[in-house]
Design a binder for this molecule. Sequence first.
Ligand code: SAM
Length: 202
Amino acid sequence: MGTPIKVFSDWVIKGKDEGMAEGHSSSVKNMLENSTKGLSEFSFIDAGCGNGWVVRNIGSNPNCKKAIGVDGSSNMIEKAENLDNKNKYYCSDLMNWSPDKKVDIVHSMEVFYYFESPDKLIKHIHDNWILKGGKLIMGIDYYKENKPSHTWQEDCCITTMKMFAKKDWLTFFKAAGFKNTESWFYGKDGDWNGTLIVSGVK
Ligand SMILES: C[S@@+](CC[C@H](N)C(=O)[O-])C[C@H]1O[C@@H](n2cnc3c(N)ncnc32)[C@H](O)[C@@H]1O
């Protein structure tokens, strides 16, 4: 068993980060369409950005004035920086990091359940990362209603993976102070319940 950061650092060495980006791309597309809808100008943080593929993508949108990626894995951040000299990357545990200036959109795909207390992370992001009127949008595939994901902790040998239901994640968002909370499942296919996407406005 390894910590989430150790396991994903090893994935970079094996090149598995690229397949992960591909696997997440359709859900992320849905999340970005939702979070950027109607905005003529926005700033953006990807929390747990991996190799930076979403930051590079959104950074090329003319309406995006600033795009930042943060990840705890130095291998992921090193790769992101090597591929991108336009946008900004930070290597840090998300719980110990805050931006110099708050942003309009915080996006995060497949990250929050690797935290011992995701409710504390959501509150930290609400209080310290997001402008008033800004949005947090999170996507996860590891959750109670998605039965095929239940073996992942054993399969991936990761020490910390927290399993919650949709209603629990909504409670975390509301308790942190988010308003207009919404949630939906994207990409349902047979047993696979899709990506659970949750959003809220500060
Ligand atoms: C499943 S990957 C998802 C990466 C990226 N969001 C994507 O969709 O390709 C999870 C990422 O979360 C990062 N991570 C896990 N725990 C973290 C923590 N405590 N602080 C910062 N990053 C963390 C890992 O290093 C890894 O890059």
